[in-house]
Design a binder for this molecule. Structure first.
Ligand SMILES: CC(C)(COP(=O)(O)OP(=O)(O)OC[C@H]1O[C@@H](n2cnc3c(N)ncnc32)[C@H](O)[C@@H]1OP(=O)(O)O)[C@@H](O)C(=O)NCCC(=O)NCCS
Length: 185
């Protein structure tokens, strides 16, 4: 697979308009329902509107990701648990637009998250928990160079089951070291 250029996508602040542009459809896609780790698992428009309201109160940052070439909306990223004192934060991503799945766009989104967190927010480290059965996300994070910080057994309640997760992290230096190795440049 050929390398993707890191500057072919851009971020736009998430807003109401994104709900109908793809967001609502993506969060209700059966593959995504299995891997996103918060109830209600299925959303209607009213619930996404509430999600946006709660987002404002939370202090988290969320962006729609678009392609520069044609403005196509491909997914969302979220930066959460922002700790300005200790300079670390969490992250999440959803590559919803099916045309772009499995083509490294997920790693491109990781790169954009790192760029924002390390260069704009001046964080030192970012982290995320991933369900241990979310093989695509695990593979994508590992390939990007994320490091495993720990395994949590029985950590999330997912429908009626308790599910384990793996905690990933990366710091600024490692992103720079890895830039040449991953399939983005
Ligand atoms: C996770 C996500 C962003 C990854 O995006 P993507 O562009 O499809 O993934 P990438 O191309 O970066 O990498 C996927 C890797 O996983 C591998 N993979 C895919 N399915 C797999 C499976 N079932 N088992 C093991 N590896 C798998 C692919 O082969 C690929 O590796 P390769 O490049 O060496 O071939 C995207 O799938 C997504 O948004 N999923 C739903 C939401 C989600 O899970 N978010 C993260 C929550 S923690």
């Amino acid at each position: 697979m050929s390398k993707l250029k890191h500057n072919i996508i851009f971020l736009e602040k998430i807003s109401l308009k994104h709900i109908d542009l793809g967001w609502l459809e993506w969060v209700n896609n059966s593959g995504n329902i299995k891997v996103l780790n918060r109830p209600p698992y299925r959303y209607n428009k009213k619930q996404l509107l509430k999600y946006l309201k709660d987002l404002k109160k939370s202090g988290d940052l969320m962006f729609a990701v678009r392609l520069k070439s044609n403005s196509e909306y491909i997914g969302n990223i979220r930066i959460n648990h922002i700790d300005y004192h200790n300079r670390n934060c969490g992250y999440g991503r959803l590559l919803g637009n099916k045309k772009y799945i499995g083509k490294n766009y997920g790693q491109l989104m990781l790169y954009k998250i790192c760029d924002y967190a390390f260069n704009k927010l001046r964080m030192n480290k970012i982290f995320t928990p991933i369900y241990s059965d979310n093989l695509r996300s695990l593979a994508s994070n590992l390939e990007f160079g994320m490091r495993i910080s720990g395994h949590f057994k029985n950590h999330f309640k997912k429908k009626q089951k308790i599910q384990g997760c793996i905690l990933f992290r990366i710091n600024k230096r490692r992103v720079q070291e890895n830039k040449k190795k991953v399939r983005i440049n």
